[in-house]
Write a protein that binds this ligand. Structure first.
Ligand code: NAD
Length: 484
């Protein structure tokens, strides 16, 4: 049973190949209406322990690693098929619990299937190398999994992000305990059901749900966890790193961003506008790599500002099931926070060309918001808003634009818009971020490495690079002719 208990919108824990319930449950809300639509089981420390024991037992049994790697590839391809079978049901659940458009929720399941194919295809290509040490030795390296990988998932793309870390771990032979976010936890249960249906060995994939400070903390503190993948906010990442440091556990940290697009005077306006639309209004701006800031050449500032205002005011706002342009924020608390940050921006001297307040209707809707006159020192230019609010700042020359773009504590992604290839590449060279988009925000896919510099975190997810974070190297050195 799963697919969020066959659309009853409840989810249990998945441990050692079995769905398990516990007494306490947490309500799941539809952000588009504010009404309770489901519930999820809360994992106690004992439940977390059972999940880690199941993963550890699977790791020690070598169920994932003893067989030919092509078997892992086959299993992962089978999961991709099962995800596609469950995608309509899953998208409906994800849309209702997260507020995102139904088509985007469907896209998230397709992305999850792609991760299983992409990393499934890597499972039989993980190789060591031989190291020449002269005729008296044979020496080679083996790339081994860490064992139990604990993965803490945020609410903004719970299915896509869970799949991205889970697949890298499975391809490299790690066993996984995932913790779903306390908000929007049900879509991940559908992903796990696909793993169950495909016949992954019991204990290879485990799911617990619950609050971060409770279930999440119990998971990352567990002495049998050998590897941690965290995607979420900087304060939580920092606290997990402290815990990990005590036991010297390696971590992948995908944290926040305050990413800037630099719009040069020769940029194509329609290209920029299309990227603004997806860059800041996709998922209601609740995207770590959102286009939070636009740095635009002074000669183009007023034209672009007016066009972005017009675009924002033309967005169709609605419930995710209607596939509108702009959906609600995830929760009342998040709406409160985003609205307060916007008010603070106005108090600090920015101009809200449009928006800046909540939409008066049921659910947690924020107006699409466009700020101009944003000085790099303002809080809205430095800290994540995590909502549909974009800041425009004008610049005089490329050096100034690059300095402003690089001037926050973050370094997740950045973008350049220009028709001049030379200028695009020179600007890209100077930007300090893990990924640079030229003439299309969010260009790339599961194949392109993603991760931050500076406070945005370290380690890479996606692409071939990600495999390195899930493997440790063992060297075997053999002295020939001993005793002869
Ligand atoms: P969050 O840090 O509050 O929570 C993320 C996850 O951590 C949740 O599952 C939560 O339950 C868990 N958690 C909280 N405290 C914990 C603890 N002490 N120990 C273990 N787990 C704990 O973040 P959020 O509000 O869910 O997500 C929004 C943030 O995540 C934003 O800052 C955003 O930029 C960032 N984010 C980053 C990426 C990326 O890939 N870089 C992707 C999505 C979101």
């Amino acid at each position: 049973m799963a697919a969020a208990q066959r659309m009853g919108m409840t989810a249990e824990h998945f441990i050692g190949g079995q769905w398990r319930d516990e007494g306490e449950r947490l309500a799941v809300e539809d952000p588009g209406t504010g009404e309770t639509v489901g519930e999820v089981a809360l994992a106690s420390r004992e439940t977390v322990d059972a999940a880690v024991q199941a993963a550890d037992a699977c790791h020690r049994s070598r169920a994932l690693t003893a067989q030919k790697p092509e078997r892992r590839l086959e299993l992962m391809f089978r999961v991709a098929e099962e995800i596609r079978r469950l995608a309509d049901e899953g998208a409906d659940i994800l849309c209702r619990e997260s507020g995102k458009p139904l088509d985007d929720a469907r896209g998230e399941f397709e992305e999850a299937a792609r991760y299983f194919e992409y990393y499934g295809g890597m499972a039989d290509k993980i190789e060591g190398r031989s190291i020449p040490l002269g005729d008296d030795y044979v020496d080679w390296t083996v790339r081994e999994p860490y064992g139990v990988s604990a993965q803490i998932v945020p609410w903004n793309f719970p299915v896509g992000i869970a799949a991205r870390s889970l697949t890298t771990a499975l391809a490299t032979g790690n066993c996984v305990v995932m913790k779903s976010p306390e908000i929007a936890p049900l879509g991940m249960a559908v992903l796990v059901e696909a793993c169950e249906r495909a016949g992954l060995p019991a204990g290879a994939v485990n799911l617990v749900s619950g609050y971060g400070h409770d279930t999440g903390a119990a998971l990352v503190e567990h002495p049998q966890v050998n590897h941690i993948v965290f995607t979420g906010s900087v304060p939580t990442g920092r606290s997990i790193l402290h815990t990990a440091a005590d036991r010297v556990v390696p971590c992948v940290m995908e944290l926040g961003g305050k990413s800037a697009a630099i719009v040069h005077p020769d940029a194509d306006l329609d290209t920029v506008l299309a990227s603004v639309k997806s860059g800041i209004f996709f998922n209601a701006g609740q995207v770590c790599s959102a286009m939070a800031r636009v740095l635009v050449h002074e000669s183009m500032h007023d034209t672009l500002a007016e066009a972005v205002r017009e675009q924002a005011e033309g967005l169709r706002i609605g419930h995710g099931l209607e596939n509108p342009d702009l959906t609600p924020l995830i929760s009342a608390a998040q709406l409160e926070r985003v609205e307060a940050m916007c008010s603070n921006g106005i108090a600090e001297g920015a101009t809200a060309l449009t928006g800046g307040q909540r939409v008066e209707r049921p659910g947690h809707f924020m107006q699409p918001t466009v700020f101009t006159g944003v000085h790099p020192d303002m809080t809205i230019a430095r800290e994540e808003i995590f909502g549909p609010a974009i800041s425009l700042t004008s610049f005089r020359d490329t050096a100034e634009a690059v300095a402003i773009a690089n001037g926050t504590a973050y370094g997740l992604v950045a973008g350049v818009f220009t028709r001049d290839l030379d200028r695009a590449l020179r600007t890209a060279q100077q930007l300090e971020a893990g990924q640079i988009f030229v003439n299309e925000w969010f260009a790339g896919g599961v194949e392109t490495p993603f991760g931050g510099m500076r406070r945005s975190g370290y380690g890479r997810e996606k692409g071939l690079e990600a495999l390195d974070n899930y493997l440790q190297t063992k060297n075997i050195a053999v002295r020939l002719g001993a005793g002869t």
